[in-house]
Design a protein. Sequence first.
Length: 330
Amino acid sequence: MRERLVEYLACPDCGGELRLACSRRDGWEIREGRLDCQNREHSFPVVRGIPRLISSAVADLSSEVAAGFGWEWNEFSEIRGEYRQQFLDWVKPLEPGDFAGKRVLEGGCGKGRHSALVAQFGAKEVFSLDLGSAVEAAYRNTGHLENVHVIQADLCRPPLKTCADLAFSVGVLHHLPDPAVGFHALVDRLVPGGRIAVWVYGREGNEWIVDWVDPVRTRVTARMPRRVLYELARPIGYLLAATAKGLYKPLADTVPSLHRQLFYRDYLTYIARLPAREIHSIVFDQLVTPVAYYLSRDEVAAWFSEARLGEFAIEQHNGNSWRAQARVLR
Ligand SMILES: C[S@@+](CC[C@H](N)C(=O)[O-])C[C@H]1O[C@@H](n2cnc3c(N)ncnc32)[C@H](O)[C@@H]1O
Ligand SMILES: [Zn+2]
């Protein structure tokens, strides 16, 4: 971590100021140390360059969710060129220029693929929060970027002052025990005029997953040894990749009338652009977690209206998910 991060941090347990005691440093990078709260009961370690600001109040279920994803992102830790467009499609209509010069908070950064992009888009600071061991992969992928700060923390209690110009969360809120709590926690860290952008699974378009895949996920795959699930997800992923690349994409390009009849067509055509190993990781990602909510448009819209935000916009993406944005009124 960088020393200047301390000015943005707040204790996740009481909101108090934190003070840094460094015990090992490499140049400007603090590798080991401690962050002590002004309320002396609260103290948090800095381990392998990452501040571990985990509140004592974190839910067991959240830790369980983050453990599965931590395994995933350390296994599928590579950064791909395709992530840029995929990210811009998830946060549309935000564009690279919207991140330039901004203090950006990412809720649930996984392996840091989006924090790395946002840093390249010229963000002033990027606060990349994740609760699980995914932070180790994120740190490996972004540690060289001067403006990225990887922080291990629960996004429902972000250990930050109100300092963000832009907060985003891609594919995370639906994995929280209470997605609305995470949403409001991110909004709370935005300065007046700040923007929030989220992407979540939709209920609309995913009825078959709710009816047929969810029962198997919660009872079987989320409880499996992860290496076994990795092997199980591989043939499913490669079969899906072959179908998307060999059938959906060619039909979309040549016989649109037939393509319109295909099952789950928008999504499966979209992923045809990704390598098969990436589709393997998507299948693993779907099956590893004990918590996944499929949210209706109305549920997502209700978070925004409760938060009294302006410039609200929500749009369906790939026929199976919602991307939504708004701005904190001045
Ligand atoms: C499906 S992954 C998405 C990661 C990243 N946004 C991406 O698209 O690459 C969900 C991530 O949210 C993290 N997560 C889950 N619950 C969390 C919580 N309460 N606080 C912070 N991160 C959390 C998980 O550890 C995981 O890395
Ligand atoms: Zn404290």
